[in-house]
Design a protein around this ligand. Structure first.
Ligand code: UDP
Length: 244
C-alpha cells in the first residue's frame, strides 16, 4: 500500500478494500494491527508531541479521515477519497459478524457504549461481543487484565485522541492477533446519542460544520487548528513542492 507524508506524518493511500486486505492478513497470521483514522487535529498534535508522532509512525494503517486530510493530499496532487471512520468501523463489524470474530468495545459513557452494542446486535445478531466497557477509568493498568482475558480480535477504542492511541499502544503489548481501531466519538454516533450528519453534509465535506453547529464547544478544538493546518500545508507545498 502506498504511504505519503502530510506535514511529516504518514498517511496511507487506501480504500476500504485495501485496508481490509492488510487487516485480514494480520488476523490470519495472529498479529496485532493498529488502525488510526488520521485527521488534521492528530497531525497538528504530532507536530508538538513527539510521543504521538512516534505512535503515528508505528501504526499499521493511517486511514485518511476528515476533509482536511483530503485537501492536504490534493495539494500534493493526490486524489484520495475520504474514508469516514464510522463507516469503516461499521464495515469492520459486519466482517467480524460474518467471520465470527470476538469483538470488544472500549470507550464513551456506560449508557452510550451499551446502547451502541445493542444497536449493532439488532443489525448483526451474530456479532460475538467478548468485552464492553465505558471509557472512564483511572488507569488502563486497572483493566488491562480483564481485556487480556476476553481476547478480542477486533477492539474499537473510543476515548478521544491521543488517549485512545496511547491506550492501544499499551494493549498491543499484552494482546495477540487483535485489530485495534481508535474510533473517537463513534460510539456516541452508533448509540444514537449524537446525530449523524446528513448525507449532503458528508458529500460536501462539511461534517465538521454540522457537528460544530450541534456542539458549539467543538469550535475551540477546530479553531485555530484547522486553518493553521491548511496554511502549513500550503507553505509546505510552496517550499518543498508537491512531492514532499
Ligand atoms: N471519552 C472516554 N473517556 C475519556 C474521555 C473521553 O470514553 O476519558 C469518550 C467520550 O465519551 C467520547 C469520546 O471519548 O465518546 C471522544 O469523542 P470526541 O468527540 O472527542 O472524539 P473525536 O470523534 O472528535 O475524535
Amino acid at each position: 500500500m502506498k504511504r505519503t507524508l502530510v506535514l511529516n506524518c504518514p498517511v496511507d493511500l487506501c480504500n476500504s478494500e485495501t485496508a481490509f486486505e492488510g487487516l485480514n492478513l494480520a488476523l490470519r497470521e495472529n498479529r496485532n494491527f493498529h488502525i488510526i483514522t488520521i485527521n488534521p487535529e492528530m497531525i497538528m498534535n504530532a507536530q508538538k508531541n513527539r510521543g504521538f508522532f512516534e505512535i503515528l509512525n508505528n501504526s499499521d494503517l493511517n486511514i485518511p479521515d476528515g476533509v482536511g486530510v483530503k485537501i492536504a493530499l490534493r495539494m500534493k496532487g493526490i486524489r484520495q477519497n475520504q474514508i469516514r471512520g464510522v463507516d469503516f468501523s461499521r464495515s469492520l463489524l459486519k466482517m467480524a459478524s460474518e467471520m465470527d470474530l470476538r469483538v470488544g468495545f472500549l470507550g464513551a459513557k456506560e449508557e452510550v457504549v451499551i446502547k451502541a452494542k445493542e444497536n449493532f446486535l439488532k443489525k448483526l445478531p451474530n456479532l460475538n461481543f467478548c468485552y464492553t466497557r465505558n471509557g472512564y477509568f483511572d488507569s488502563i493498568d486497572d483493566i488491562i487484565e480483564e481485556i487480556k482475558i476476553s481476547q478480542p480480535q477486533i477492539l474499537l477504542v473510543g476515548l478521544g485522541s491521543p488517549k485512545q492511541e496511547e491506550v492501544i499502544v499499551k494493549l498491543k503489548e499484552v494482546l495477540k492477533g487483535c485489530v485495534f481501531v481508535g474510533v473517537g466519538g463513534s460510539f456516541d454516533v452508533f448509540s444514537g446519542y449524537t446525530k449523524e450528519s446528513p448525507l449532503i453534509f458528508q458529500k460536501l465535506g462539511l461534517e465538521w460544520l454540522y457537528r460544530t453547529v450541534l456542539e458549539p464547544k467543538r469550535l475551540k478544538r477546530i479553531f485555530p487548528v484547522l486553518p493553521i493546518f491548511i496554511i502549513k500545508c500550503i507553505i509546505n507545498t510552496i517550499v518543498k513542492g508537491r512531492k514532499n
